[in-house]
Design a protein around this ligand. Structure first.
Ligand code: UD1
Length: 420
């Protein structure tokens, strides 16, 4: 198992290009199963989760060619040879559950392992299943699997109201609805930018979709869709993580390959805490000096403050002047980083889904453990600004969603190295 060793205290400065989005590419890989023709995905991020998703679609019959150098993946599925996603993969990679929509759409049958719990919360899939039932699928769950079958071999268009704007359920149902018979309307849909990217790729494939990016998505089912070339959108969470690190270290960093519109909530909170953020067309510049001032944060679905940036902001606010309050509304157990930050001297009180942070001038480096992807990113950020040496253990969690994050921070002047 690897670790990052970080000597804190160096302000980050320079320019860094942000990688493409993990959360956008995973549903997009599933959507490639909808067609017999070749789909070429460009600007792919080199991440463990992307390899996992490729392995899954390849088990289902897709021919997957990865060209890491050219940052391209080509996926073609002349025939689906399987319809089962087993627990081994789904438990490691929850986004595997998103093949339910593409399998039902293309084959009318699917058997996908129930994802089970995960460190940040119980994460049920009831909204996915209710949606597919409304579209005529017969669903049974047992022995740890969901088995779904369309009696006529095809999903049928339906009116679906999601009790909560779940990102995964919206993506799964959207993929399923593309080849369904008739019109599907998803209300109270998630409006995250990754859904817009998925819809834009599906539209290029011949799908008829309107409203992606709003809370009502309308899909007119089509007979078939064709191959496509698609460039994956930039990763707004990687961008937000680097922006926060730049702000915390008193840095001056320009991020390229970003969509400033996607980063509004992070930009707003950084500005409120006293940081200068200058937005360009596809770049953002972050400049700061001195300690941030305390701010309050509440996570919400897009365009609210992203839960995937909550841990990084928790680390940031440990160094603020004053007391900050963070409320996590999306996941029930997303404060695993708090105890690790406390090992570095942070003053944080937890009460259910609320964290109260008394800012200190400095944290001290310590050995800490990444418990999940964003908690790990938070510890790296804290380490970059802390006094002395921080060792972040279990960085395989971080590698799932950040492509060699240490290289990016090194280029910006940080003293961080990976050790085995
Ligand atoms: C996606 C992102 C994840 C992000 C999250 C929220 C990917 C691969 N992952 O996860 O990084 O943190 O969105 O922005 O894109 N829920 C139910 N029933 C369901 C589905 C969800 O109760 O059927 C609940 C979940 O338990 C959670 C909340 O809804 O409390 C949000 O989950 P959801 O939006 O579905 O997140 P994911 O798609 O799993």
């Amino acid at each position: 198992m690897g670790a990052f060793v970080i000597k804190g205290g160096k302000p980050l400065s320079g320019t860094v290009s942000v990688s493409s989005s993990k959360n956008a590419i995973l549903p997009i890989i599933s959507a490639c199963l909808l067609t017999t023709e070749e789909c070429v995905l460009k600007q792919i991020p080199g991440l463990d989760d992307v390899s996992g998703m490729c392995e899954l679609v390849s088990n289902l019959g897709a021919n997957v060619e990865v060209n890491g150098r050219a940052r391209k993946i080509s996926i073609s599925t002349p025939q689906l040879t399987g319809h089962t996603a087993d627990y081994e993969l789904v438990s490691k990679l929850r986004a595997s559950f998103l093949v339910l929509g593409s399998l039902l759409a293309r084959k009318g049958v699917a058997k996908v392992a129930l994802p089970g719990g995960c460190p940040i919360g119980s994460r049920p899939v009831d909204l996915h299943l209710k949606g597919f039932e409304a579209m005529g699928a017969e669903i049974t769950t047992g022995h740890g699997y969901v088995e779904a079958r369309c009696p006529d071999g095809k999903l049928k268009g339906a009116n679906i109201y999601l009790d909560f704007p779940s990102v995964g359920a919206t993506e799964n149902l959207l993929i399923g609805a593309v080849l369904a018979e008739g019109r599907t309307i998803i209300e109270n849909a998630a409006s995250e930018p990754e859904i817009v990217d998925l819809a834009s790729m599906l539209t290029k494939m011949g799908a008829r979709i309107s409203g992606a990016g709003t809370d009502t998505i309308v899909i007119e089912g089509v007979e078939k869709v064709h191959g496509v070339e698609h460039t994956i959108m930039p990763d707004r969470i990687e961008a937000g993580t680097i922006m926060t690190a730049a702000a915390l270290t008193g840095g001056d960093v320009t991020l390229t390959n970003v969509v400033p519109e996607h980063l509004k909530p992070v930009t707003a909170k950084l500005r409120e805490s006293g940081v200068e953020v200058i937005e360009g067309v596809s770049e953002i510049c972050v400049k700061s000096s001195g300690r941030p001032t305390a701010v309050d944060i509440k996570t919400h679905p897009f365009p609210g403050f992203p839960t995937d940036m909550q841990a990084q902001f928790s680390a940031y606010l440990c160094f603020a002047e004053g007391t900050s309050m963070i409320v996590e509304t999306i996941f029930e157990n997303r404060f695993m980083h708090v105890n690790e930050l406390k090992r570095m001297g942070a003053q944080i009180r937890l009460d259910g889904r609320t964290a109260i942070i008394e800012g200190s001038e400095k944290l001290q480096g310590a050995q800490v453990r990444a418990t999940d992807l964003r908690a790990g990113a938070a510890l790296v950020i804290a380490g970059l600004a802390a006094n002395g040496v921080t060792e972040v253990l279990d960085i395989h969690h971080i590698d799932r969603g950040y492509e060699f994050i240490e290289n990016k921070f090194q280029r910006l002047g940080a003293d961080i190295r990976r050790v085995q």
